[in-house]
Design a protein around this ligand. Sequence first.
Ligand code: SAM
Ligand code: SF4
Length: 322
Amino acid sequence: MLIDGYGRRVNYLRVSVTERCNFRCQYCMPEKPFSWVPQENLLDFNELFKFIKIAIDEGVDKIRLTGGEPLLRANLDEFVKMIHDYAPNIDLAITTNGYLLSEMAKSLKDAGLKRLNISLDSLKPAIAAQIAQKNVLGKVLDGIDRAIELDLRVKINMVPLKGINDSEILDILEYCKDRDIQVRFIEYMENSHANSEISGMHGREILESIKERYTIHRLGREGSSPSYNYQIEENGYIFGLIDPHKHDFCESCNRIRLTAEGHLIPCLYFDEAQSIAEAVRNNDIDRASAILAEVLRDKPKENRWSESDNEGSNRAFYETGG
Ligand code: SAM
Ligand code: SF4
């Protein structure tokens, strides 16, 4: 079992399979980075899988593939199958912007994928295009439809931004309710890579928008998830709110992150990381396990997206996978 320096059990690994993306979201990667990680520095799926096996053997039972845009990485379905065949009961999920999903959902499902989180920030083509800086909405909606049709379990992520998509909170909620899928509203997290002119809605303001139409009750958190669930009294629909500025979920944080070049990151906010690249390339499983133990020992107590000291993070979300 993996236990960190504060006694928290870590059973959730998020793997960013690429930092590259086909969108340029204002809050994440508004401009193409000065340089991408060179291809030869990326771990291939066999190398990533060596570390994933260690993590699973040590008790990780939840894995999420993310990015950048994970569906851009060639043969992602084969990687899903490798993990699924090794541990069929693992909770294996992908977070995607949905753009390539209508073409890829079937092969991912056949490979063993059960769950998908899809980002959807607007139902208006022009606003979706303003946020992603590309005309994306039609393909994203097709991807969501295809995933639902294939019986994949779908959740939607929305990041409400002031003056951009803040008037669409109820529209997105209704869209998800009508399809019987959960939406999770995510507070914008300040970071030095985002467009400095945008500002996010506070969790409290997001709830206020929903209360304009509905009466809502706070239910609590699902396990160690950073998402708080709320239920609408009038129709029973349950939605989630992720408000990291409170960082009250840090005390039960159960996750670590692995990047495509092999950096093992104990907390999304902090720059600290250790590389397992050399160890897995040399097939040195003991060394990779030792690095995992060190990273867990040094996992910080809490993030720093506090209300008062809101500097934001230097880490790009597209590197760590959010
Ligand atoms: N490209 C995929 C996508 O957009 O779903 C996966 C990677 S993306 C980094 C993962 C999640 O992080 C998305 O739901 C995205 O909306 C969220 N995200 C990115 N930057 C964020 C920020 N600054 N604040 C809050 N959420 C952010
Ligand atoms: Fe790409 Fe996802 Fe970041 Fe948008 S949020 S730029 S889709 S990685």
